[in-house]
Design a protein around this ligand. Structure first.
Ligand code: ZN
Length: 216
């Protein structure tokens, strides 16, 4: 049976509202390999730089290929500059986590903020994966098949997004189409962007407002 957890229902509704997974059909394999090599080396605080920038699509394809068959979550963060509708990525950080979680270390948290704030075209691309080991409950896979295997960002994932993308600078940059902090999730062979903050606190606020009105 499916548990009626409001957080889960929230996760599904928001996943359905967001755009389709990324189409990786026209990628350059050499660029993707370059990204994979860099990911392996980027586990120190210093991270790894690219001699020539790679595009966001190649970066995300490299992240998917690197994490697709791993049993644990990985966080891979790329720093670069907005270029047309892509990001020119110059360097990356990589952290390996556990089966169901990957924590964001303090040095990465502060680097995301520092890089994003330092120039109006500065962009950060944050990728993490959800391993699907086949050990999740059956209702979960039934649900996933109804959603055509779409990646489903968790409530914690969206809280992280809210923290980095919905501050004053982040909102201003979104409005003017400048450099942003973008969040992507790799799951079941797909990479999907998630850009909506958690819905529950908002619903809670609405609820409280309507209760106040009834009391009046
Ligand atoms: Zn997650």
């Amino acid at each position: 049976m499916m548990p009626a957890d409001p957080k889960l229902i929230e996760a599904i509704i928001l996943a359905c509202l967001e755009r389709n997974p990324i189409d990786f059909r026209k990628v350059d394999d050499a660029e993707v390999k370059k990204v994979q090599t860099a990911i392996k080396r980027a586990t120190t605080e210093k991270g790894t730089g690219f001699r020539y920038p790679v595009t966001r699509k190649h970066f995300l394809c490299g992240c998917l290929d690197f994490t697709e068959h791993l049993p644990e979550e990985h966080l891979i963060v790329a720093y670069g500059y907005r270029y047309g509708n892509t990001t020119d990525i110059e360097r990356i950080h990589h952290v390996a986590g556990e089966q169901r979680r990957v924590a964001v270390p303090e040095y990465i948290r502060s680097e995301i903020r520092r890089h994003h704030f330092h120039r109006s075209d500065a962009e950060v691309v944050v990728f993490h994966n959800h391993p699907r080991t086949g050990h999740e409950p059956e209702w979960f896979y039934t649900l996933k098949s109804l959603l055509q295997d779409l990646p489903i960002a968790s409530n914690d994932d969206r809280k992280e997004l809210q923290h980095h993308a919905f501050n004053a600078v982040g909102l201003f940059r979104q409005f003017f189409g400048q450099g942003q902090v973008l969040f992507y999730l790799g799951e079941s062979g797909f990479v999907k962007e998630f850009r909506l903050p958690p819905l529950l606190p908002f619903l809670d606020q609405l609820n409280r407002l309507s209760v106040q009105q009834v009391v009046k």
